[in-house]
Design a protein around this ligand. Structure first.
Ligand code: FAD
Length: 450
């Protein structure tokens, strides 16, 4: 066993008991049973407790870090589950290929990207990461390794995509990468003065671009409320075909004793950011790093939120409710006096994920980051949940550290389908505080009705 493993938001305690992948795989294959429940652990880039297992063990999958094969004619890549997207980009870029879906950090593992069925700035064109998974090798606690494809063990495949690590250990996967002119992007930055102006353009921006996302100046109130920048882009035909070396880079070397990203800082930062990014309306070349992974440039940036950590709230609001509801969410955060450092708005398209339960669905998704201010922040987050659910939307489980079981059930009314496919020896802190409570409640209701 090795040292504790935490989450990116650091609002929940790290899991203390950790097994290395090799140890766990040998034991499961050998028919061993553990006295505690297991949960795979990727690179801990989930914000909350879906990658935590307080009452059990996490299995650190990062030592499974080998790319097995890549076919530059088809874009098919086979890799072990602990390989990070950074490695995949390094490997495939010289052949003119790029992952079809990337989240805002490349330091996520292949297993983690599948288990959370992550999305990127091109959901409208490519759907989720799971849409590009051809096969997985899944080790379950019965000691068997299942090859899961769309035609063989298909239900296990769909349960594992978005299954938050609960169906077993993904050992390796085959994914299809997409051909690109280069890994760089030609980016256009278009300022907008209000959310209505954004909503007027969002659909067209999606139609015309591979990538589209909006940054919102969340602290701007009054007549400036809802102003922001629409960032659109397409892969550059000429640009880098090799990812830059990652040596060095800036880092937050120690934990500041307070939240540095406070309101006065954010006001100044937002104004400067908006000004600097709006200066040139013409399309500009942007490196892969700058366009997709700007935050990866500063290691341990989450420390800036202070020792109490940060919460992220990601909601999705149905298309017909978004124009009304997104401003209500932003207003609630402003009124509560909470400044969100990163406020991002994006339109999800209607490509269905193969995942049994998967967060993206047609609508607009709003992401807000808040420093952990204790009870006041928790109250605001519950209010944001309530607004979201009342609008018929949902809250992202793998960004969450505190949603109620009721909010989870409203987000995924068919959560039982995943519970039915869960490996009985696997559990997470998130699942035990949401789905397992619902299960107990349903069980109690059944008993009472007997
Ligand atoms: C800066 C930043 C930006 C982000 N941007 C986005 C974004 O744009 N879109 C988005 O969707 N997400 C985004 N995220 C969230 C992140 O992409 C996901 O949480 C991702 O799944 C984390 O992967 P990980 O390898 O760190 O896995 P972990 O966080 O360690 O684990 C994630 C889940 O995967 C399971 N898991 C891990 N490995 C395996 C395996 N081998 N077998 C089975 N299950 C496994 C775990 O049990 C857990 O449930 C962002 C996170 C950060 C920090």
């Amino acid at each position: 066993m090795s040292s504790a493993h935490g989450s990116f938001g650091r609002t929940t305690p790290p899991t203390q008991r950790v097994l290395q992948a090799g140890e766990a795989i040998a034991a499961l294959k050998g028919g061993a049973t553990y006295p505690a429940m297991l949960l795979p652990y990727g690179n801990g880039r989930s914000y909350g407790d879906s990658c935590q297992n307080q009452d059990g063990l996490v299995v650190d999958m990062r030592s499974l870090d080998r790319i097995e094969s890549f076919d530059p004619r088809t874009g098919l890549l086979v890799a072990q589950a602990g390989v990070q997207l950074a490695q995949i980009i390094d490997h495939a870029a010289p052949y003119g290929f790029f992952p079809a879906v990337v989240p805002g950090t490349k330091f996520v593992t292949l297993g983690g990207a599948i288990a959370n069925d992550v999305h990127g700035k091109n959901h409208h064109r490519r759907g989720t990461f799971g849409c590009h998974v051809e096969a997985i090798e899944l080790l379950r606690s019965d000691g068997k390794t299942y090859t899961c494809t769309r035609s063989s063990n298909a239900r296990l495949l769909t349960a594992t995509i978005g299954g938050m690590g609960l169906t077993g250990l993904i050992l390796s996967a085959t994914i299809r990468l997409m051909p690109v002119g280069s890994i760089d992007v030609v980016e256009t930055v278009t300022p907008f003065g209000s959310l209505d102006a954004y909503f007027d353009r969002a659909e067209e921006a999606d139609r015309d671009n591979e990538y589209a996302v909006a940054w919102i100046d969340q602290l701007a109130g009054g007549r400036a409320a809802g102003r922001g920048l629409l960032l659109t882009g397409n892969h550059a035909q000429r640009g880098q075909s090799v990812a830059p070396a990652r040596a060095g880079g800036r880092s937050v070397p120690f934990q500041p004793p307070i939240n540095v990203l406070n309101r006065p800082f954010l006001k100044a930062f937002n104004a400067a950011y908006r000004w600097s990014r709006s200066r040139n309306p013409a399309p500009q070349p942007a490196s892969c790093e700058k366009f997709f992974f700007p935050l990866d440039g500063v290691r341990n940036w989450n420390r800036l939120y202070g020792p109490r950590g940060l919460f992220q709230h990601q909601s999705v609001i149905p298309l017909d409710a978004a124009r009304h509801t997104v401003p209500v969410l932003l207003h609630a955060a402003r009124e509560a006096g909470q400044g969100s450092f990163l406020t991002v708005l994006k339109r999800f398209g209607d490509l269905r994920s193969p995942g049994m339960i998967s967060f993206p669905r047609p609508g607009y998704t709003l992401t807000l980051d808040f420093p952990n201010g204790g009870a006041a922040t928790l109250a605001l987050l519950s209010e944001l949940d309530a607004i979201t659910v009342a609008a018929g939307g949902g809250v992202n489980p793998y960004k969450d550290a505190r949603m109620s079981a009721a909010t989870f059930a409203a987000t995924f009314p068919d959560w039982q389908r995943l519970e039915n496919m869960r490996d009985p020896a696997f559990m997470s802190s998130f699942w035990s505080r949401t789905a397992m409570r619902l299960k107990l409640r349903d069980h109690a209701a059944l008993k009472a009705a007997e």
